[in-house]
Design a protein around this ligand. Sequence first.
Ligand SMILES: [Zn+2]
Length: 142
Amino acid sequence: MKHIPKEQMNLYILDQLTDENRKTMENHLYSCEACLDSYLQLMENSLVEDSVSDFFTEKTIARIQHDSKPSSKSSNASSLFSKSIIHYVLAAGLTLILMFSGVFDNMISLTDRAEVSPKQSLTEQLMKKTDQLLEEMKGDHN
Ligand SMILES: [Zn+2]
C-alpha cells in the first residue's frame, strides 16, 4: 500500500481534497499507524501555527472576504475553525481507539477494586482518559 504524502495530509487538514481522495486517505489512516502518526503531528503543528500566526488567519480571512459577500465572512471563518477542531477531535478519537486495549486493562483492575457499577465506572474512566489525552495533546511540552 502506498503511504500518504505530506502535501496530501495538509490538503486534508485544510479540507481541500476531493471526496474520493479524502475517502482513500481516511481509509489508509485507519489501517496505517505510521501515516496516522504523521497526520497527528501535522495536525498538532498546524493548530499551533494557527493560534500563534496572525499571518495565516489574515490571509485566510482576506481570501474569504475576497471570495464571498461581506455578510457571510464571519460564519465562513468560524466554520473553517470548527472544521480544524473536528479534525483534531477525530484524530484524538483514532488515537484513543489504538490505545483502547491498554486503557481497557486499566479499567478492569480499577473496577475490581472499587465496588461500583462496572458500566458507570467504565464510562467515567474512559472520559477521564479522554480528558487526559486531550490535555496532553493540547499542553505545552516546554
Ligand atoms: Zn501509510
